[in-house]
Design a binder for this molecule. Sequence first.
Ligand SMILES: [Zn+2]
Ligand SMILES: [Zn+2]
Length: 240
Amino acid sequence: MKLTILGFMGGYPADGVGTTAYLLESHGFHLLMDVGSGAVLALEKHLDPKKLDALILTHYHPDHIADMGVLQHIFQLKEPDKVLPIYGHTESPLHQLRDHTFTKGIDYEGNEPITIGPFRISFLKTAHPVPCYALAITEEETGKKLVFTADSGYLEAFIPFSKNADVLLADTNFFRGQEGHKVHMTPLEVGKIAEAANVQKLILTHLPPGGNWSQILEDAQASAPHISVQLAEKDLQIII
Ligand SMILES: [Zn+2]
Ligand SMILES: [Zn+2]
């Protein structure tokens, strides 16, 4: 499967980079994970948005759903011929935004895996001010595994959830010294998870606009000395 990073800023867009959105492709199936600010423009560089097969939402904070309305307009206005399924939980009234002329909400409960195209997806409820789910996505044919923490404070449960993942995409919105926060994680915390879970690669994402990212990278690498660690980059593509 191929992962493309479309946007990774935490909270709001900055410096030409939008907020959370990732494209995952396998065998011609295109799954968008979250649809933050700037997601549709960023997606257009890689794929005609109408070729999306599904969208999955981790939660309904604006930096994860900001472009859902314009994506729905594309499905409504640009040769309307197919309905885009939008997977999401129903623990917020905002889930109703998923239903539109040519998009349809499909609910997940978060307590059992679901299948979307070639992917098997398991969930872990995160530590966040609003209900939010991390995703463990396995490509069924190959067994390759991508874990996306979504937005979360540190949870011990991330270690078994991320066990032997090929890629761990981890919320690193906070700096060293802010450990134990209930909203986002620090580089020390995500490094600890990556090391204990023995992941192949740790990608630091949901980065703080304007923050000292080289320090974040250095701290995460020190916390995960045996793991390949890198910062998220716009348009970065990784074959998993
Ligand atoms: Zn966020
Ligand atoms: Zn959030």
